[in-house]
Write a new protein. Structure first.
Length: 141
């Protein structure tokens, strides 16, 4: 396995909600583990930190829309299109917030309620894990 592949796996693991992962490829075995904070607390593991080190970030309010499946996160229908939503924008229940591509199928992720987009947690074009936070919505103004 190439070092670039290992680095990519570590980066994906750090951004995911998965707390443990083991990968075996030939005679190479990689075991990653991190602590996961309480509900409402986001945990970030800096790339330069040891695997067990955890830096907790303050709790935040709002409704977090999570990934219902594993796939590639997109903020727009295609690279030339405007994003579906932007931070500060008011949305209605059912508004498309983003897409997750899985097995060449584009799945629309919709707002579960009326609200305001407080934060876009996914990164365009990057893999997301099941139940990974994608967008945080606040109460409608």
């Amino acid at each position: 396995m190439k070092i670039e592949n290992i680095e990519q796996i570590i980066k994906l693991f750090e951004r995911s909600t998965v707390s443990k992962m083991e990968i075996e490829s030939g005679d190479l075995k990689i075991k990653l583990e991190k602590e996961v904070g309480d509900t409402g607390t986001f945990v970030r593991v800096p790339a330069s930190a040891p695997q067990k080190a955890v830096e907790q970030v303050e709790s935040v309010s709002g409704t977090v829309v999570k990934a219902p499946l594993v796939g590639t996160f997109y903020t727009a229908a295609n690279p030339q299109s405007a994003p579906f939503v932007q931070i500060g924008e008011s949305v209605k229940a059912g508004t498309v917030l983003c897409l997750i591509e899985a097995m060449k199928v584009m799945n629309e992720i919709k707002a579960p309620m009326d609200g305001v987009v407080l934060e876009i947690l996914g990164r365009n074009g990057e893999m997301v894990a099941y139940d990974q936070p994608l967008v945080r919505l606040g109460d409608a103004v």
